[in-house]
Design a protein around this ligand. Sequence first.
Ligand SMILES: C[S@@+](CC[C@H](N)C(=O)[O-])C[C@H]1O[C@@H](n2cnc3c(N)ncnc32)[C@H](O)[C@@H]1O
Length: 295
Amino acid sequence: MQKPCKELYSKYFYDEEGSLLFEQICELDEYYPTRTELSIMQQHVQEIATLLGPDCLLIEYGSGSSLKTRMLLDALQTPAGYVPIDISKELLLQSVASLASDYRGLEILPICADYTSTFRIPAYTRPSARRVGYYPGSTIGNFDPEPAKLFLQQIARTCRGGGLLIGVDLKKDFNILHRAYNDQQGVTAQFNKHLLVRINQELGANFQINQFGHYAFYNPGKGRVEMHLVSLKHQVVRVGNVEIPFKLGESIWTESSYKYTLEEFAQLAAKAGFTVERVWTDSRNFFSVQYLTVQ
Ligand SMILES: C[S@@+](CC[C@H](N)C(=O)[O-])C[C@H]1O[C@@H](n2cnc3c(N)ncnc32)[C@H](O)[C@@H]1O
């Protein structure tokens, strides 16, 4: 069945260039999530490390630059190993090289994969007391509710008997959300359009990048920020041998970022088999870091 709206998966943002653009977004004044999550981690990392316990195997989903992970690794007691998983190969390799030189005793077992696919946790040498997933950055917000539940269930199976430390962005004044996804320098717009650059480069397409506009807004009914690329004219784009018509104003939906209340997220976590053990937030209640456990 044909979908009502053209759509691309947000995981395709992240090649080497896309990951660099995301790193730039994290530095923007308007983009509060990274700064806020880092400050929560800074403030509570000792308590977090105590809850995760000694000898845990840390499995990070979408590890990116592993910046927040460093804080955790500094505080964790004798971690059994670190398994960073990311789709963006170059950034994963760079981060692992840099971690390996800074954390010499730590066994690092990187996996370059789509984390929604099936993959095996590599064999590691030190015995682990439990597996703990780490999923920061509110990347869970990129999933619609049903796929979010299925993905959390997948993590629950992997980390059974352990837990999941997760960053979850919270519902707030839509003006703050609007600014975060519509920065003045246009970095988010460039990140969004990077999808078309990739399709041109990797699939031999002929998107005219400047004929698509970045459009991001908060949809209160759905509780999500939607990011789109809107065709600025009537045009036909060729992708390989296929011609794709666009009407003036027609959009390609490129990303959703769901925002949660603490109650909504607890319900989602429960559906996936997790119990919320502890929630840390910032003073403005913009963002939360949560520790969930699974039997
Ligand atoms: C929003 S960024 C967050 C990066 C970092 N964890 C942080 O908190 O700043 C999402 C990260 O997940 C990775 N990613 C997104 N979708 C993925 C997928 N389906 N499989 C594996 N990695 C994915 C991206 O490459 C990127 O590094």
